[in-house]
Design a protein around this ligand. Sequence first.
Ligand SMILES: Nc1nc2c(ncn2[C@@H]2O[C@H](COP(=O)(O)OP(=O)(O)OP(=O)(O)O)[C@@H](O)[C@H]2O)c(=O)[nH]1
Length: 685
Amino acid sequence: MDSSEEFAGTFYSNLRSLITLVDHLRDAGLQKYIRLPRIVTLGLQSSGKSSVLESIVGLNFLPRNEGVCTRRPLELRLVHEENQTQPWAIFEGNTTRYTEFEKVREQIERLTDDRAGKNKGIVDDPIILTIHSSTCPDLTLIDLPGITRIPIKNSDQPADIEKITKEMAYRYISDPRTIILCVIAANTDISTSESLLMANKVDKTGIRTLGVITKIDIMDRGTNAKKVLMGQEVALRLGFIGVKNRSQEDINNNVRVGAALREEQEYFAQHPVYSTMPPGYLGTDVLTQRLTQILFNHIKHFLPEILKETMYRIKECDERLKELGPSTPVEPKQRTQLLWNMITDYCETFKNTIRGKFERRSNSRIAKDLAGGVTIKHYFNTLLEDYSGNYNATQDYSNEDIQRIMAQHEGDNIPGFPSVDVLLFLLQPQLERLKSPVLDCLMDVHSYLDQLAHKIVERVFYRFPTMAGEIGDISSHVLVKEREACKSIVENLIDAEEGYIFTNDVEYLAKRTDLIPKSDAKVARNPENVFVDEIRSRIDTYFRIVVRNVRDTVPKIIGYFLVRSVMDKLQMELYESINRSETILNLLSEPAHITTERDNIKKQLQTLRKAEKILKHDPNLAAQANSIEDEILKAANEQATSEEPKKKLDDLKDDTTPPPVIQKVDKQPSGGSGLFSGGKSKGLF
Ligand SMILES: Nc1nc2c(ncn2[C@@H]2O[C@H](COP(=O)(O)OP(=O)(O)OP(=O)(O)O)[C@@H](O)[C@H]2O)c(=O)[nH]1
């Protein structure tokens, strides 16, 4: 064996193992999820695509007629068997081994008629055929229906057949992992070739388009394809190869492909022009070798990428499966357990969102998560904001108003001394004004909690929408109950402020010795104005004291009797309601689409894992797998520290509200230094 034979031997065994690997991936079903390298024939109808394939395989097995023949894509997996004396073929989904290739042709016709009808219809549903033979190379090729310009008269072909066939071709050739075998008849104008134009659109750099010129033997007398083949008419990076297939007459006369291949060699060898051309431009053998080499490089180039994609896909599927959760158990005991777990998740998430307390303290999620309590705090901080600072309760009363009220309350007392009723009369309407914003604050906090609860319920129970509705309703009920209890306390507080005027405030009491403002001597001379100013000053000061008290006390009441109370009672109330209901477990059935999605992902995962195993079996790829794993891990960590949590979780709230964590966090509220941290004795909530 000389060195070139040795090289060829190694090359073919490498090629073979690579193609076998890709075929194994196909067999594992990977093609459904990840694009795999393949060769696709592209050409106008009757340009000679099937003839080229038959020549490559070295066998007659394709339906051959004038007019449209290929009406369903045919995925042809060729397996070269060195010592195979008798070639055989097998169709996917069928166990019959065909050794008579006439029968293979008939079966292709039958399968085509079954799906595309008998009357020349075309469908994109590939037939998969594997051929084992000593005459064929190891290649996987797809024969596509030709681009058909005009529908055949009185056939099932639609009027827009050109659009349909072109769209089908584009679907296959657009894939960057597909090698385009662009078949053009020599007796047509190559510079306006539709298929070359199509190939150029999807493969601009021409790295995956190989031109095949057929029907060289029937060109006009005195013309030849030399210039085309040498790339002097149209330049194609991978070049053109000329072939001479069987003519229709040869087919009718039953000329075997083997004989036709010998005839092809003789034809080129004896032709006055072609015989003078350098090697590498003519003949089916050259085409097969070139195609094999291109496919080999192509597969080698794409396999690491395919492995990477497979591994990423596995990760995605794993994550989605986790999100979907396990399938719903059938046993009542397990169903109850599942429900309890979800309720715990829900309640913990609710509490932690308010506290801004999460397990993963090391990432930026913390800042975002604090916003749960921050939203409530914002309502508290802005409570009665308009009445604090420089606001004067008497600003709307004129001196005359006050004097009039003083006069009205004089009764039969000696004039000149205002009654305490004047103060009450003027102060009460001002105090009454506090009620509405205070109750608004309560309502705002309540509706925030209600929204938050519903969003978390939707997230935790999204597999069980009816159960989510039920849990949401119970939660709303608990919230309304607590809100109403809290409301009466808040109302009582305001009523007490309105109904009993009292203060120990040092500033206010100090005013007893400072009845007449010393600074304004002019006013001091007018006793009426002295009383007006005194009343004004006392009302403003007292009102300010009340506002300060209410701004401090109301948040405590809402925080304790609503927020904290709901956090404490929600879980128990849910358990009790559920225990009371005999039918609630029936609500624990997930919608069919979730079950289907889980099943599909499981199937996909199975395929991907199988494919990963096949890929990692290759020593070169196995080495790359580790670094891909590291990459995936790094990407996952980066994602966790940047854009976490995912969009779905982000949906749980507006920008300032934290998303919940659907994972268990420590159940006992522990103390903490934060305003909203756990333990009754330590934090507000
Ligand atoms: N003389 C000659 N005839 C050829 C050659 N190649 C193909 N033909 C003939 O051209 C006709 C169409 O060939 P096919 O191979 O069926 O063409 P196709 O592109 O597969 O056709 P569709 O699948 O229907 O689009 C047949 O009659 C072939 O015998 C060739 O190199 N020389």
